[in-house]
Design a protein around this ligand. Structure first.
Ligand code: GLA
Length: 643
């Protein structure tokens, strides 16, 4: 593919997309709802738990040097953070000098990475650098772009360390050089991690002033960041798939991480989990409270899209700067606790040479790191959501729950936490252990009142009797649930407004969360537009919400005996005429199927014997007409039982 790709205008972009659809047959020829008996989200690479480490960008932007990176790596080792899991030392934008036009080889800027000057300024290698990182027991990461040019070239024309030379020499991104660059970065230079940005296919359209001035060649744009309908989604996906293929080939030992940085654009939320180990969910974080909130929100509704091997990435930590510096420890702790609950990568973005102990203590909180790194890989699910307060619950591999109660606002507030939020029985005692202080609170039954300071996040390990004594709701284990096909045919922009239309009376009320429209991806304990699940007037606190013509893969791993769900058309559906059939498959074989369900009908109960089954698939099949308004369906109380 790479060889046949040329510079293109819009017509050719469309041609590329068409070739992909027809050529691969993935969309056109096969029935995407047919059971496969397989888990299709990425499991290759080294991301069984979210990556941890350090990245140069938030600390230094392009003003990096080898010494700054190595000094930070040394602090990570000496402070004990490395032993706690912070292993990846990642270089971001600024390392490149140019691409040698005689043979396309990338040249490192040796004025800032002196060890790379192995054979003079034109004969460079990062191997001495990665050797040093590896000798410290750490892993090394590099940075590139999926287009020909990069983000600083696009957005920071006065930045330090911009690529130099002719137009062609300044084309330092992967475009047209995927095989060559990945071979160089992983085969020869021995990096272990790559972050691939997307500015090169976003910001260099023919209308760009610097393109017009002849400074850069035009490419695309394939991504329109503000308008998803002007984005060539299949073409963007194809480019990232080329990198994924090259990564697998160049890393036969599987020791790599592939981080996709397309900021939630190009419907990456639906497909990145099948291509890379990480996927950015939003534009760049800044050291501002409100921006941190926006980045948090961009990932908080995507629990079903994160699994061991493929994680949501709300961007790197900004602890140490601005609203998260040593004078704002409440905010810094909230940022850290929230990222841990989201199973987000924990990548420090701070000049650790000057780090006060108070910040090192936050970054080094082993109990909260353990929540982030829990091997079940369940991203926290929102159990309560309002303008000011959110309650997030993450089911851990030992059966405990981690719960974070988060005050977004500037006023202190009292919050009632219930056993129901935790999917724990309201009749048995619940114990909370504070993961900041280590203190255990007196046990409560039913509910307890907690006080939150402005911008505070309380985070606890919670134990009690589970609501389902012998099973788990699917929404308790999003790490095992993959919306392989989420039914979204007309991708919508991300909802970015967090605002309640009809506030809940309090945390013990059942009501509607803040308005959330757009997107339409699968949700845990909510409809695809984050309304409460409701079929024919019956509310479900628990279940999966999804559009029709969808297929979930569920990793049961032979550990359960029974699947049960109450299924129907959700009352919030747009299409009220569609008839939807719900089917349950076990390792590719049909186990149970519903009658066609229609809007306004009561739920049907689907049960299936899944003893020994590794992959359960849940298919909701309706009329599949192009451009049809969505049919919203609910798998109420969907659960796997052990008995
Ligand atoms: C983009 C990315 C950032 C960073 C910069 C570097 O903005 O989203 O994380 O890598 O580019 O220029």
């Amino acid at each position: 593919m790479e060889n046949v790709m040329t510079r293109f205008g819009r017509g050719l972009v469309g041609g590329l997309a068409l070739a992909f659809i027809c050529g691969s047959g993935a969309y056109a020829a096969t029935d995407p709802l047919a059971p496969t008996g397989r888990w299709s989200a990425v499991t290759t690479g080294q991301a069984a738990t979210p990556p941890m480490g350090w990245n140069s960008w938030n600390a230094f932007h392009t003003d990096i040097t080898e010494a700054k990176v190595l000094d930070s790596a040394k602090v990570i080792v000496d402070s004990g953070l490395a032993a706690k899991g912070y292993r990846y030392i990642n270089i971001d934008d600024g390392w490149w000098l140019k691409r040698r036009t005689t043979d396309g080889r990338m040249i490192v800027r040796t004025s800032i990475f002196p060890s790379a000057a192995v054979g003079g300024p034109e004969e460079t290698s990062f191997k001495p650098f990665t050797d040093r990182i590896h000798a410290m027991g750490l892993k090394a990461g590099i940075y590139s772009d999926i287009g020909a040019n990069n983000c600083s070239q696009a957005f920071a024309p006065n930045a330090k360390n911009l690529p130099e030379g002719t137009v062609a020499e300044r084309e330092v991104g992967l475009y047209g050089h995927v095989e060559q660059d990945i071979k160089l970065y992983f085969g020869e230079w021995a990096f272990d991690y790559i972050k691939v940005d997307a500015c090169g296919i976003r910001a260099f359209g023919p209308d760009n002033a610097r393109v017009k001035a002849g400074q850069y060649r035009a490419l695309g744009p394939l991504i329109d960041f503000t308008e998803i309908r002007r984005t060539d989604i299949p073409a963007v996906r194809k480019l990232y798939e080329q990198v994924a293929d090259a990564m697998r080939r160049e890393n036969p030992d599987g020791d790599y991480i592939f981080s996709i940085c397309a900021w939630g654009a190009a419907d990456v939320r639906a497909w990145a989990k099948d291509v890379g180990n990480l996927s950015r969910t939003s534009d760049d974080i800044t050291p501002n409270w409100t921006r941190m909130l926006a980045n948090f929100d961009s990932a908080a509704n995507r629990a079903l899209y994160a699994h061991p091997g493929s994680w949501n990435d709300p961007d790197m930590l900004f602890i140490g700067h601005g609203d998260f510096d040593e004078h704002h420890l409440t905010e810094a702790k909230s940022h850290f606790a929230l990222w841990s609950m989201l199973s987000a990568p924990l990548l420090i973005g701070y000049d650790l040479r000057n780090a006060p102990q108070s910040l090192m203590d936050i970054l080094g909180n082993s109990e909260i790191i353990a929540v982030n790194q829990d091997r079940a890989g369940n991203q926290a699910v929102l159990a309560y959501d309002s303008d000011d307060v959110q309650i997030l619950v993450k089911t851990l591999s030992n059966g405990h729950k981690a719960v974070a109660i988060f005050n977004r606002g500037l006023a202190p507030t009292d919050v009632t936490l219930t056993a129901r939020h935790l999917k724990l029985a309201g009749t048995s005692p619940v114990t909370l252990r504070d993961l900041w202080s280590g203190n255990t609170l007196p046990a409560f039954t039913g509910e307890t009142k907690l006080q939150l300071a402005p911008r505070q996040t309380l985070i606890f390990d919670a134990t009690g009797a589970r609501t389902l004594a012998d099973g788990l709701y699917l929404s308790e284990m999003p790490g095992r649930v993959n919306p392989a096909v989420d039914g979204v045919v007309l991708p919508q922009p991300d909802p970015t407004i967090h605002r309640m239309k009809n506030p809940w009376a309090g945390t013990t009320d059942t009501g509607e969360p803040p308005a959330y429209t757009g997107w339409g991806g699968a949700q845990a304990d909510a409809t695809p537009y984050r309304q409460a699940l409701r079929v024919n007037g019956r509310m479900y606190e628990t279940g999966l919400g999804v559009l029709a013509n969808s297929r979930f893969e569920v990793r049961a791993d032979g550990g359960f005996r029974r699947f049960v769900a109450e299924v129907g058309i959700d009352d919030s559906t747009f299409d009220t005429d569609d008839a939807v059939t719900f089917s349950v498959y076990g390792d590719g074989k049909l186990l149970a199927t519903s009658r066609p369900a229609r809007f306004g009908q009561g739920v049907q109960t689907l049960q299936a014997d899944i003893a020994g089954v590794k992959i359960v698939e849940l298919v909701a099949r309706g009329a599949a007409t192009k451009n049809k308004v969505p049919t919203v369906v609910t798998w109420g109380n969907a659960a796997l039982f052990k008995d």
